[in-house]
Each structure stands twice: as structure tokens, then as C-alpha cells.
Design a protein. Structure first.
Ligand SMILES: NC(=O)c1ccc[n+]([C@@H]2O[C@H](COP(=O)([O-])OP(=O)(O)OC[C@H]3O[C@@H](n4cnc5c(N)ncnc54)[C@H](OP(=O)(O)O)[C@@H]3O)[C@@H](O)[C@H]2O)c1
Length: 338
């Protein structure tokens, strides 16, 4: 059985934000399956800041996507045909599906694929966000990289986004005083009223630094950093001596080529420990997922997603990570679940 597969191929490397013109939309029939292969209908694509990094020819933790290659992307899909021993038609799977309607699953490359339970305990988009890679990242950052202690002040940047919203809520569960940084009054209200943060600071406001100082009267013990640039600089200036930074991401750099900070002397003066990390390295991902699912199902943590539609819109939807026009996990629905 063959299907028409629409694929988004990287045509040119974007400068700044991504444009549709950076991609070619190609249609071609799905290939005949070989032994050990299954065909996966893509249901949801995870829209990740790292997609933007993968488009750039800069040093990074995986090779950049080559010109002419299908855009790399994490997603969830359903097996629609199978010649693989361990995958049957109907199975839900998660992996590097790519920006396309159908992905070829190769049993030999198991590292890239995970089978999901037939009836997942949470909605599929949540498995890409709070109970997926974003949640795992937040869990890793605050339990192993910079474990926050009860009574300490934790500051989280990009706090209304996917990783940040979970990091802040995990901080609350660990007994910290949690301050979120986000763009705009509505996101700040959301952090306090809906997610239970102790305080929120609008980095787009003229008095950002004064707001941050007022929200951190005892200084900052732990910074879960997602942004870099002026936001990170302002937080570092509020750190206590011996403070710890879980350096998760530097989204302010990804589309601009900017530098996180011109002045690192604060790291010396305040004897800070700054530790970069990649969630891929987390040894106990299953344990983290169990915690996260438990917290979401019991209502201890609120999961939120913004779901956009249409494979062809992937390049422009990705830009919402950079203009902030989403809350929680940004997900693209490629096809209906049924
Ligand atoms: N280390 C790891 O293993 C790992 C894994 C996953 C993600 N990450 C990193 O975690 C960070 C968050 O990723 P995510 O998937 O959860 O995305 P997200 O937070 O859902 O979306 C990105 C958010 O960043 C904020 N932002 C964008 N440009 C900004 C700028 N110039 N200055 C200040 N804020 C800006 C926007 O929020 P506002 O509306 O508030 O501006 C936007 O909503 C990224 O840096 C990503 O690379 C790291």
C-alpha cells in the first residue's frame, strides 16, 4: 500500500526568523517497506527552539540539517503499515519523525523511536510537552543539574513556555519560592493565577530590572535559564554568592546570532556554578516521565499546549517560539488522531 507523502525539505538556511521560502514542499509516494520497517502516519510535530538551531550551519550537538534534506523534527505518529517484528499497525510511536506526513521507522535504529502505550494516560500533545521532552528537561535541570532546595528563590526565564512552565511548577513542588520571567502582563498573570508562581516579572516592561529586584528581595539562589542575553544578565546580577545556574537554553541567540552576555565577570565575583546540560543525557528519563505523568494526572502540575494545524505551516508556526505568541508547549497537528 502506498500513500502520498508531503515533505518539507530545507532549501535555504534562514537568516533570522524562518520563512516558507526556506523550504520546498515535495510530494512523493511512500516507499515499499523492507523487512524491519514500518510506516508511521505523523499526527503531531513538536515545535522546538532546537529546530531553528538545526537549520543553521553552526557548531551544535547534532549535525545541522543538510540542504535538500527533510527537516528534522520530533513527533508522535501511528503505525499504518508494518514489516517490523516489534511494531504493529495501530501502534502509537514517538521519535524523530521529521516534517512530513509519513515517516519510515527502522527497527534497527531503535534509539530514535519509542513505543507509546495504546491508551496514554494524558493527551498526545502533553506527551510532547509536560510529560515529554520539555518536562524531562525541567525535571533534570532542577533535580540533578541545579537541585533547588526548600526556601530558596528560583528564577525561571521563558517561564510561560513549555520547559519554563514545568520548571517553575517543579520548583514549587520542591518548596522553592518561584519567580517567573515572561513577556507581557497576560503571561505574568497566567504564571501567578494559573500556575501558582510566587511572582512574575515582565522582561518587556521598561522597569524590568526594578520588577526583578522587587521580586527577589533575598537574591536568587537558582536560575533555570532558557533565554540568555539581557534577561540572563539581569538575573545573574541578582544571584547570591555561590548561586547555581541550570543553563538550559539561550533562545535569544538562536535566530539573531547574538551573544548571551558580554560580561561574565559576575560569574567570578559571585562564585557562581553555571552548568549547561542536554536532556538527552538524563539517565532516568523513565523515572522522570513517571513523576511528570503522576503530577499532571493528580493536578499537582498543570500542562498547557498551544496546538496549530497543517504540515505546510510548520515553518511559520515555528516562529511563534520567537515572538512568544503561544503559551505552554507549541505543537503542530499534522493529521487527525483517528
Ligand atoms: N537543554 C536541553 O536539553 C533543552 C531541551 C528543550 C529545550 N531547551 C531550551 O529551553 C528553552 C525553552 O524551550 P521551549 O521548547 O520550552 O520553548 P518555549 O519556552 O515554549 O518557547 C520559547 C519562549 O521563549 C521566549 N523568548 C523567545 N525569544 C526571546 C527573547 N529574545 N528574549 C526573551 N524571551 C524570549 C518566548 O516567551 P515570551 O513570550 O515570554 O517572550 C517564547 O514563548 C529554549 O532555550 C530551548 O532551546 C533545552
Amino acid at each position: 500500500m502506498s500513500f502520498t507523502n508531503r515533505q518539507l525539505l530545507l532549501k535555504t538556511r534562514p537568516e533570522g526568523l524562518v520563512s516558507r521560502d526556506n523550504f520546498e514542499l515535495r510530494e512523493q509516494p511512500t516507499p515499499e517497506l523492507q523487512d524491519g520497517q514500518a510506516l508511521v502516519r505523523v499526527l503531531y510535530l513538536s515545535m522546538d527552539p532546537t529546530n531553528r538551531v538545526w537549520m543553521s550551519d553552526v557548531p551544535q550537538y547534532m549535525p545541522p540539517v543538510a540542504i535538500g534534506e527533510v527537516m528534522r523534527g520530533i513527533g508522535i505518529g501511528r503505525v499504518v503499515a508494518s514489516e517490523a517484528k516489534h511494531y504493529a499497525v495501530g501502534d502509537l510511536v514517538q521519535g524523530l519523525v521529521g516534517w512530513q506526513d509519513y515517516a519510515l521507522l527502522d527497527e534497527g535504529k531503535t534509539g530514535y523511536w519509542a513505543k507509546l502505550p495504546p491508551k496514554p494516560p494524558v493527551a498526545l500533545p502533553t506527551l510532547l510537552g509536560a510529560c515529554g521532552f520539555s518536562g524531562i528537561t525541567a525535571h533534570y535541570g532542577l533535580t540533578e543539574i541545579a537541585p533547588v532546595q526548600p526556601g530558596e528563590t528560583l528564577v525561571v526565564s521563558a517561564a510561560a513556555g513549555s520547559v519554563g512552565s514545568i520548571a517553575g511548577q517543579i520548583g514549587k513542588l520542591r518548596g522553592a519560592r518561584v519567580v517567573g520571567i515572561a513577556g507581557g502582563a497576560e503571561k505574568c498573570r497566567h504564571l501567578i493565577d494559573d500556575l501558582g508562581f510566587d511572582a512574575a516579572v515582565d522582561y518587556k516592561a521598561d522597569d524590568f530590572k526594578q520588577q526583578l529586584a522587587a521580586a527577589t528581595p533575598d537574591g536568587v539562589h537558582v536560575n533555570f535559564e532558557n533565554v540568555g542575553g539581557p534577561v540572563m544578565r539581569a538575573v545573574l546580577s541578582r544571584m547570591v554568592n555561590g548561586g547555581r545556574v541550570a543553563l538550559c537554553g539561550l533562545i535569544a541567540n538562536y535566530a539573531s546570532g547574538g551573544k548571551p552576555s558580554d560580561d561574565y565577570s559576575v560569574i567570578i565575583v559571585k562564585r557562581l556554578t553555571v552548568r549547561g546540560f542536554l536532556a538527552f543525557d538524563y539517565k532516568d528519563q523513565q523515572g522522570a516521565v513517571q513523576d511528570l505523568v503522576g503530577w499532571v494526572v493528580s493536578g499537582k502540575i498543570k500542562a498547557g499546549e498551544t496546538v496549530a494545524d497543517g504540515l505546510e505551516n510548520a515553518p511559520t508556526v515555528l516562529n511563534r517560539l520567537f515572538d512568544g505568541s503561544h503559551t505552554g508547549k507549541l505543537v503542530l497537528r499534522v493529521s487527525d488522531e483517528d
